[in-house]
Design a protein around this ligand. Structure first.
Ligand code: SAH
Length: 245
């Protein structure tokens, strides 16, 4: 029951991270990663806990945030190599389902395991490999105390959704859909590092509005709510062990 000493928070988009970086006065760590890589690191010391945000950074060719699973995997590997965290948190935005009680700006904590919905490999054994089902910690006490909902997190490399993806996502309820958590959970699992995802809802998958419109419209409010909840989570972590979450 050792208190948590080092936490890495991995985030895909600058807009998602900016409110948190500003409010807590995280400072940028210069020259941490190879110059070829887009990832950036920001740091604070919070009452004895060393907290680092790794931002996936801007894609050099497209000048956009490096979203989706490829950069997320690399950011998680860098997190392990450079910071040896006791806990990895993937904070970001996600799509939710209105019919299962999601509202724009709700912030969810991951529950049970993180699954891929778009790695379909219908061969014996590979079907399960494709889905991943990587573990996350049981953070139900934290969710309860901080008034956050729990959901399975489902990851894929597309913002839109196909009927097949939807059928796979529908295996779980409640569930939120995003583009990074399973990649990070895989690295955390390989290195036996406790992992959790915290996801703020930008869009509702089961309404009539186009996801890209809704995402842009709600990104600011979702990121602000994410900041507030991450603020309470960071406070809550002080002096606690993983088992106490
Ligand atoms: N057009 C956007 C693209 C961002 S991609 C832009 O450039 O501003 C969407 C990001 O938000 C990903 O990091 C993903 O994890 C998350 N996300 C939010 N809602 C999602 C949804 N419905 N499906 C998949 N990912 C979603």
């Amino acid at each position: 029951m050792k208190p948590i000493e080092r936490v890495v928070i991995i985030m895909a988009m600058k807009q998602e991270a900016q409110p948190l970086i500003e409010e807590y006065s995280f400072h940028k760590l210069p020259k941490i990663f190879d110059v070829e890589l887009p990832m950036e690191a920001y740091h604070i010391d919070k009452e004895g806990i060393d907290i680092t945000i790794i931002l996936n950074g801007r894609d050099r060719d497209f000048q956009l945030d490096s979203v989706a699973t490829q950069p997320a995997t690399l950011a998680a590997f860098l997190a392990v190599q450079h910071f040896k965290p006791d806990l990895i948190i993937n904070a970001g935005t996600a799509g939710g389902f209105a019919q299962r009680g999601s509202e724009i700006g709700d912030v969810y904590v991951s529950n049970r395991y993180i699954r891929y919905h778009d790695r379909r490999i219908p061969l014996p054994g590979f079907d399960k490999y494709g889905m991943g089902n990587y573990p996350c910690i049981n953070a139900s006490k934290l969710a309860n105390v901080l008034d956050m909902k729990l959901a399975n997190v489902s990851t894929g490399n597309s913002l839109d959704i196909t009927p097949t993806d939807l059928a796979i996502i529908n295996i779980e309820t409640p569930v939120v859909k995003e583009m990074e958590a399973a990649a990070i959970a895989w690295i955390a699992h390989l290195y036996h590092i406790p992992f959790m995802a915290v996801k703020s809802i930008t869009d509702l998958i089961d309404n009539d509005q186009a996801v890209e419109e809704e995402f842009i419209e709600n990104l600011a409010i979702a990121s602000n709510n994410l900041k507030k909840k991450m603020f309470s989570i960071i406070d809550y972590l002080v002096g606690k062990s993983i088992e106490e979450l």
